[in-house]
Design a protein around this ligand. Structure first.
Ligand code: SAM
Length: 243
């Protein structure tokens, strides 16, 4: 606003997200497995299979965190390809790099600390960008979507994997109890951090549903935007192209 209140709020959200991922980074992979009963691996596998990454392509794993996608894309893109793991948070990036190095990956990965809202890459550079469980944390989502569109090549694709709105009322009820009551307690016991997992539940509730996100992507300039519901819409995979 005129008085700068919006700026203060935005900075607050960015600082809060930074603190949360600093705090959860060490236990991030373990908590993902526990909280989703391992199902996040299936959501990720579906995304990787939908990505159609081929040898020689340039891939951006945006908000890539501990690098689950990067590790797979590195193999798919091969020696002549290039994979960039970008994340705003240095603790998450460091854990990702360590994990990937321990797996002995080929030499086609770069690590970049970057904000999705203003990506530090050339125009028309990437064949494919994945943005998994990251958009929810971004303060200015429209800005991030335009920044992604700018760095995609014409013909390139964006895949957004994100929590969404369960499609069955009964599932929504169970899910609400689970995310608002069980998750924070799990966070407290396993990661000694109830607050961050309360934020997780709240950020999921606030995030745009399937059709709203589809519209946001179309408004940002993506074409042929479609989505698939996974696990009854608890998660959705949106795809969009730049032409
Ligand atoms: N993509 C990984 C996965 O699926 O396991 C990590 C997801 S993790 C829930 C969200 C990540 O988004 C964190 O590593 C966080 O640091 C990153 N993040 C949050 N805001 C960001 C921003 N504005 N730009 C880039 N990364 C951001």
């Amino acid at each position: 606003t005129h008085f700068g209140f919006r700026t203060v709020d935005k900075n607050k959200k960015a600082d809060m997200v930074a603190d949360i991922f600093d705090s959860v980074s060490a236990k991030y992979d373990l908590m993902n497995d526990l909280m989703s009963f391992g199902i996040h691996r299936l959501w990720k596998r579906f995304t990787i299979e939908s990505s159609a990454v081929r040898p020689g392509q340039k891939i951006l794993d945006l908000a890539g965190g501990t690098g689950d996608f990067t590790a797979k894309f590195s193999r798919m893109a091969g020696e002549k390809g290039e994979v960039i793991l970008a994340d705003i948070n240095s603790s998450m990036l460091m854990i990702g790099r360590e994990k990937i190095r321990n797996q002995g990956r080929i030499n086609n990965i770069h690590y970049v600390q970057a904000n999705a809202e203003s990506l530090p890459f050339c125009d028309n550079y990437f064949d494919c960008i994945t943005f998994a469980f990251g958009l929810r944390n971004v303060t200015e989502k429209e800005k991030a979507l335009s920044s992604i569109l700018r760095v995609l090549k014409p013909g390139g694709r964006l895949l957004v994997l994100e929590f969404s709105a369960p499609v069955f009322p009964w599932l929504r009820k169970i899910y609400d109890v689970y995310s608002f009551h069980v998750l924070p307690k799990m966070g407290k016991i396993v990661a000694q951090d109830e607050q961050s997992y309360r934020y997780l539940a709240e950020s999921i509730r606030m995030h745009p549903d399937q059709d709203t996100l589809k519209l946001m992507m179309m408004n940002a300039g993506f074409e042929q935007v479609t989505y698939s519901n996974l696990t009854g819409g608890i998660v959705a995979l949106h795809r969009g192209f730049k032409f």
